[in-house]
Design a protein around this ligand. Structure first.
Ligand SMILES: Cc1cc2nc3c(=O)[nH]c(=O)nc-3n(C[C@H](O)[C@H](O)[C@H](O)COP(=O)(O)O)c2cc1C
Length: 162
């Protein structure tokens, strides 16, 4: 199974999630994965892949618009294949799932086999000054927070391939 993971990552947490997914999928012997960060690469056509995973980090409740547009432009092809949708963010539980439900198009949400948050990372050492300022003054976060969860990634991959 050839899997394409198209994601948006500004600081690396969604890249971490995509790489964990690739590792899990390839270890299972089920798949060969290609990763594309849509912030700096153009994704290939989904036609040559057997399964697609779309993901994005969340800023102010929003996933990256390019991910949504790419999903909308390829809805017909994506509905013919196994599909996974993920977000990386600091929120957990219903809030995190809510980001998926409120951002991705209904047709993709209805078709997806796996939908989840993989946790997130806010690293004050790598964030730009504006993002540090917003986190401190709007989100009231004062220190580096890491909620990335390899077990959730494993469960996500299990649902995607089952
Ligand atoms: C300006 C700013 C706004 C953010 N807004 C949210 C938010 O609304 N909800 C949330 O759960 N996390 C929020 N986060 C945390 C990011 O989603 C988290 O750091 C994520 O892991 C970043 O992923 P990336 O490294 O792949 O870009 C925000 C972070 C920044 C810097």
């Amino acid at each position: 199974m050839k899997v394409l993971i198209v994601y948006s990552s500004k600081y690396g947490a969604a890249t971490w999630a995509a790489e964990e997914m690739k590792k899990n999928l390839e270890q299972s012997g089920e798949a060969e994965c290609s990763l594309v960060n849509i912030r700096n690469q153009t994704p290939p056509s989904p036609d040559n892949y057997d399964g697609i995973i779309l993901g994005s980090s969340v800023f102010a409740g929003q996933v990256n618009k390019k991910i949504i547009t790419w999903g909308e432009n390829h809805t017909a092809e994506l509905k013919k294949k196994p599909l996974g949708l993920f977000v990386t963010c600091l929120a957990s539980g219903e809030t995190a799932i809510g980001y998926i439900e409120s951002n991705f198009p209904p047709a993709l949400l209805a078709h997806a086999k796996a939908k989840d948050s993989t946790g997130g990372l806010a690293d004050f050492a790598t964030f730009g000054w504006l993002d540090r300022f917003l986190l401190k003054n709007v989100a009231k976060l004062t220190e580096t927070t890491d909620s990335r969860d390899p077990d959730r990634v494993k469960e996500f991959v299990q649902k995607f391939i089952q």
